[in-house]
Design a protein. Structure first.
Length: 449
């Protein structure tokens, strides 16, 4: 039986923008984007955490409203991705001991998983739990069901963060209205599924997503996520440092991403003294000044990335596929070379487009796919349709036309007889008066009933 096409609606909540995308999952596996919209979020989201619920609700309602208008369909549910400061991974083990040698069954593993997910971390919530391996007797297995043993231990990578991160998000969607959330997913995991293939995850790699307010470090090995940490520093910190040279945010952002925003640039003294921008106040910005500002903050961010890799206990030499950079900060010129220099990984790839799905994109986002990766990934992983046909407009009630009215021929006024000469007879009522009277009486009766 052929699969049905599904209309999926996805919303990504980021620190700089909230992005909404609607797409159709087609029979052949392709995904066609049918609508997209985005809105600035800096006024209510900071480092991934919602701090102004009212503004967040209005933004989400606006996003959904615009998508509904574009689709000409009701939106019944949405898929949501999120990230935020403080997200990190913690390892946990759950043990089971049986009286006698026992064949491990699914109920045993389900119970271990449930005990893990109910593990409490003070002031924090478990956002996701990823099984790492099971130790059955002396064997380490990914699939322990069916094995005979008197003991089994499940090892998990729990992704945790302060409870308010997810609580604030869930409260906002409860206030949005009649649209429910089909699934909450962590943005770093969704993006990784889009950018990394199974071979890269298997051989080992680190994915570094340099966002506006945060930088996320995710390490994969043997096909599984092994470590994740969100650093509270991002590319917008570099922009703000450039703004200290007396310029507006828009000008600073443009300068950061221009050819002159090259960190660790090698240029002659003469080139370094060249003026690359004059502010509205007449202040001249020299190339070496801009480079030194960018170098200082970017080095700080990448030193934190290096520290997180060290804490993961995965040696850089074991990450055979190398490092993959994405996010807005990955658009900076020469970023790959700077990463090699600071972090010490020689194989570095800047990746912006999905490697795992076939999208049909409108011109509006065709050249900006990196910005929409999380929303596109949500659509790719969705398994429930999110829309319903609009209800047909109900007609305003009008009484039925009576069937006992005279025909058109019957109500046509007779021609004047030759014998009719101006006498004293009363003028005849207009021929529509009887029709109108019957109609008014009928309407009155219906109203009274």
């Amino acid at each position: 039986m052929a699969k049905e096409e599904m209309n999926i609606v996805a919303i990504e909540l980021g620190s700089s923008k909230v992005i909404g995308v609607a797409g159709v999952k087609k029979f052949d596996g392709k995904i066609e984007v049918t609508a997209h919209v985005q809105q600035e979020s800096a006024t209510f989201i900071r480092k991934g955490i919602i701090y102004n619920a009212d503004l967040a609700v209005k933004c989400i309602q606006n996003i959904i409203g615009k998508l509904k208008e574009s689709l000409h369909k009701n939106i019944t549910q949405v898929y949501v991705s999120y990230s935020g400061q403080g997200i990190h991974s913690v390892h946990n083990e759950v043990h089971r001991l049986f009286e006698n040698e026992h064949k491990i069954v699914k109920e045993d593993i389900d119970g271990i998983c449930e005990e893990n997910i109910n593990h409490e971390y003070e002031g924090q919530s478990i956002l996701d739990a990823i099984p790492q391996e099971f130790t059955v007797g002396t064997q380490k297995l990914m699939e322990p069901i069916g094995v005979l043993s008197s003991t089994v231990t499940g090892r998990y990578l729990n992704i945790v963060a302060k409870a308010k991160l997810l609580n604030n998000l869930e409260n906002c969607f409860r206030d949005v209205g009649d649209v429910r959330v089909a699934e909450y997913r962590l943005t770093p995991l969704v993006v990784a599924d889009q950018l990394l293939n199974e071979a890269q995850k298997n051989s080992g790699c680190v994915l570094v997503d340099i966002g506006a307010d945060t930088t996320t470090v995710s390490i994969y090995k043997s096909k599984l996520l092994r470590f994740i940490s969100v650093i509270p520093l991002g590319s917008d910190n570099i922009t703000k440092d450039i703004m200290s040279l007396q310029m507006e945010h828009e000008d600073a952002e443009e300068l950061k991403l221009s050819k002159f925003g090259e960190p660790y640039a090698s240029f002659s003294e003469e080139e370094g003294d060249s003026v690359i921008k004059t502010t509205s106040d007449g202040i001249e910005i020299h190339r070496k000044t801009l480079s030194s500002v960018i170098d200082a903050r970017l080095t700080e961010i990448l030193m934190n990335v290096k520290q997180q890799i060290n804490e993961s206990k995965y040696a850089r030499e074991s990450l055979i596929a190398g490092a993959f950079l994405t996010g807005g900060g990955a658009n900076m010129p020469n970023i790959a070379n700077v990463f090699k220099e600071v972090v010490g990984i020689d194989k570095v790839t800047v990746r912006k487009n999905s490697q795992s799905a076939d999208y049909i994109l409108p011109l509006g986002i065709k050249n900006m796919e990196a910005r929409y990766l999380a929303a596109l990934g949500l659509i790719a992983g969705a398994n429930q349709t999110c829309t319903a046909d609009l209800e047909e407009q109900k007609d305003i009630f009008t009484p039925p036309i009576p069937t006992d009215l005279p025909s058109v021929e019957e109500i046509t006024p007779p021609e004047k007889s030759d014998n009719d000469e101006g006498g004293t007879s009363k003028p005849k009522k207009p021929f529509w008066s009887n029709f109108r009277k019957k109609f008014e009486n009928l309407a009155k009766n219906i109203t009274e009933e």
